[in-house]
Design a protein around this ligand. Structure first.
Ligand SMILES: [Fe+2]
Ligand SMILES: [Fe+2]
Length: 159
């Protein structure tokens, strides 16, 4: 999804979410390319933090707001998204409880990357275009999303 084509009413909020998606994808790539075990583990923990913060602001603010605006248009997509978040969070909690010494560590991070790639694709190709098509005014939730993100990054939830 090209940011320059997003109308003003959706631009800032969708850009924030798109930037998060990009960052997560980049971290998964770095994890794959990295050779050192210690560096791999620290990249994996960073991606867990980023994804926890991202899914939390979506679940607390973005998704409920869309559902409230138009339950018929967004209900099914958001339910699927929540199920996908739950699978990702389950893997995140397993990864956080493991170390690179564990035989399955690398596989868990790889599978998390695959789940996220699938989920991000659905958001960017189905959910976000629908938000634009339905002309949902997102500017009113921008400040709360930005603030909540900052707060979460500084809280133990993120770690
Ligand atoms: Fe997302
Ligand atoms: Fe999501």
């Amino acid at each position: 999804m090209n940011k320059s084509q997003i109308p003003a009413a959706q631009k800032d909020v969708l850009s924030l979410l798109l930037d998060d998606h990009k960052k997560a994808k980049k971290l998964f790539k770095e994890f794959e390319a990295e050779k050192s075990e210690a560096a791999k583990e620290s990249i994996a923990l960073e991606v867990c933090t980023e994804l926890t913060v991202h899914t939390t602001i979506e679940e607390e603010i973005f998704y409920p707001f869309l559902r409230e605006q138009n339950p018929e248009a967004f209900g099914d997509l958001l339910n699927e998204a929540l199920v996908e978040h739950a699978s990702a969070k389950e893997l995140i909690s397993q990864i956080r409880g493991m170390s690179m010494k564990d035989e399955l560590y690398e596989a868990k991070v790889t599978v998390l990357g695959e789940y996220i790639a699938h989920h991000v694709k659905e958001e960017e190709e189905e959910l976000f275009p629908k938000v634009i098509a339905k002309k949902i005014e997102l500017r009113e939730i921008l400040a709360s999303m930005t603030e909540r993100k900052k707060e979460l990054l500084n809280s133990p939830v993120a770690a």
